[in-house]
Design a protein around this ligand. Structure first.
Ligand code: TTP
Ligand code: MG
Length: 362
C-alpha cells in the first residue's frame, strides 16, 4: 500500500530557541556551544542560526574556528532544560496530527499520515503540512522544514532539501529520480568512512551508487551493501513507530560485607556499568546524565549526578563521571553498604548512527 510519511525537523533548533528567548538576537548570528574565550576557547559549536551559517559556521566545528569566521556573533552556552521543554511541546503538537508518530531526535520526528490524506493529492498534503508548520510557528515560535514521501528514508532527506522553512514533496515513483543527483553522504547510514570508500570507486552521487549491481555491493560491504543498494534506489519499508519509553537505567549493588575498599567498590561499579551500558546500547540510547547512589552502613543514603554537555553512549566517559562523583564519599569514616549507578536523560541516537551501528556492530 502506498504510504504518505512526513519528516519534520526544526530549523537551527537550539539557536532558534535562544533567539525566541532573546528577541534582540533575532536576525543575528547566534552560536550555541562552548565559550570561545576570544578565540582561545576549546570545545565545539552545537549549532548556529542561519544568519551565522552564512559565515561558514556549522555544528561540530571547533568554537575557535567559529570565532575566527565571525568574532561578532552572539556566543551562548546551551540551556538544555529550555530545549527539552520546547522539544516536548513540539512533539506533542506532532502527535496530535497522527497516532503513528516516531521521535527521532530532540528536534525531529516522523508521522505516518497515510490515513489522514488522500495519497497523491498534492494540494491536500501541502495543506496538512502547512497546518503543522503554522501550529509550531504560532504556539512555539519555531520554524521547521518538512519532507514528505512514500517512505521514511526519502522523507528525511526531503526535509533537509530546502532548509530553513522548506516543504519538499517527493511524489510516489519519483524517489529514485529525487535522490539521484544528491551526494551519497545524504543517505542515512553513510558516514565519512563509507563516503571515502565509495569515492575511491568513483561513486559520488546516490544515482551512481544505485547503478552499481547489488551483488557487487554485497561483496564489497556485506549486509550493509544490501542496505546501500536499497537506500540508493529509494526503497525503505521500515514503519513509523514510537519507541517505548525508558526514562532511566539504574543498577544497585549490595556488598556482602560493608566495605571501604575502593578497589572493591570500583569493581562493583564496573560490573554494573557493563550491564547498564548493554541495556543502553541495546535500545540505541545515549545518556546525558550520569548518577551514583551510595548507602552507608547506617543506611544513610546519598545520590549525586552530573549532566553532561552532550549525550554519550561511551562507557569510558560514563565510568569516569561515575568515579568522579563517588570520590568524595571515600573520605567519610563510614563503610558502604550499597552502591548504585544511574543513566538518565536518555536520548535515542540519531537514526544515521543507529543504522551504522546496526551494520557495523563495533
Ligand atoms: P540538527 O537538526 O542536526 O541541526 P539544527 O536543528 O541546529 O539545524 P538544521 O536542522 O536547521 O540544519 O540538530 C538539532 C540540534 O541538536 C541542534 O540545534 C543542536 C544539537 N546538535 C549538537 O549539539 N551537535 C551536533 O553536532 C548537531 C548536528 C546537533
Ligand atoms: Mg534541526
Amino acid at each position: 500500500m502506498q504510504r504518505t510519511i512526513m519528516h519534520i525537523d526544526l530549523d537551527a533548533f537550539y539557536a532558534a530557541v535562544e533567539q525566541r528567548e532573546h528577541p534582540e538576537w533575532m536576525g543575528k548570528p547566534v552560536v550555541v556551544g562552548a565559550d570561545p574565550k576570544g578565540g582561545k576557547g576549546r570545545g565545539v559549536v552545537m549549532t548556529c542560526s542561519y544568519e551565522g551559517r552564512k559565515f561558514g559556521i556549522k555544528s561540530a566545528m571547533p568554537i575557535s574556528k567559529a570565532y575566527r569566521l565571525c568574532p561578532t556573533a552572539i556566543y551562548t552556552p546551551p540551556n538544555f532544560p529550555l530545549y527539552t521543554a520546547a522539544s516536548e511541546a513540539v512533539m506533542n503538537i506532532l502527535r496530535s496530527y497522527s497516532d503513528k508518530f516516531e521521535q527521532v531526535s530532540i528536534d525531529e520526528a516522523f508521522i505516518d499520515v497515510t490515513a489522514k490524506v488522500s495519497s497523491g493529492d498534492k494540494s491536500e498534503i501541502e495543506k496538512f503540512a502547512a497546518a503543522i508548520k503554522n501550529e509550531i510557528g504560532e504556539k512555539e515560535k519555531l520554524s521547521c522544514s518538512i519532507g514528505i514521501a512514500s517512505n521514511k528514508l526519502v522523507a528525511k532527506i526531503a526535509s533537509d532539501f530546502k532548509k530553513p522553512g522548506g516543504f519538499t514533496i517527493v511524489e510516489p515513483e519519483k524517489e529514485k529520480e529525487f535522490l539521484s543527483p544528491l551526494l551519497v553522504r545524504k543517505l542515512i547510514g553513510v558516514g565519512e568512512k563509507t563516503e571515502a570508500v565509495l569515492k575511491g570507486m568513483g561513486i559520488n552521487t546516490i544515482g551512481e551508487l544505485a547503478a552499481l549491481p547489488e551483488d557487487f555491493l554485497h561483496k564489497e560491504f556485506g549486509k550493509y551493501g544490501l542496505y546501500l543498494h536499497e537506500a540508493a534506489n529509494g526503497i525503505d519499508n521500515s514503519v513509523v513507530e514510537e519507541n517505548y519509553e525508558i526514562k532511566s537505567i539504574n543498577r544497585n549493588f549490595t556488598f556482602e560485607e560493608d566495605t571501604k575498599d575502593e578497589q572493591l567498590i570500583f569493581a562493583a561499579i564496573d560490573e554494573m556499568l557493563e550491564d547498564a551500558h548493554n541495556a543502553l546500547a541495546a535500545n540505541n540510547f545515549c545518556c546525558r546524565t550520569v548518577g551514583i547512589r551510595v548507602r552507608f552502613e547506617d543506611f544513610e543514603t546519598h545520590t549525586k549526578e552530573k549532566t553532561l554537555s552532550e549525550a554519550t553512549a561511551d562507557i569510558n566517559t560514563i565510568r569516569k563521571v561515575a568515579k568522579q562523583l563517588l570520590q568524595p564519599f571515600f573520605s567519610d569514616k563510614r563503610k558502604l553498604r550499597q552502591v548504585g549507578i544511574r543513566m538518565a536523560h536518555l536520548e535515542q541516537k540519531s537514526s544515521s548512527q543507529k543504522l551504522v551501528s546496526e551494520y557495523f556492530p563495533d
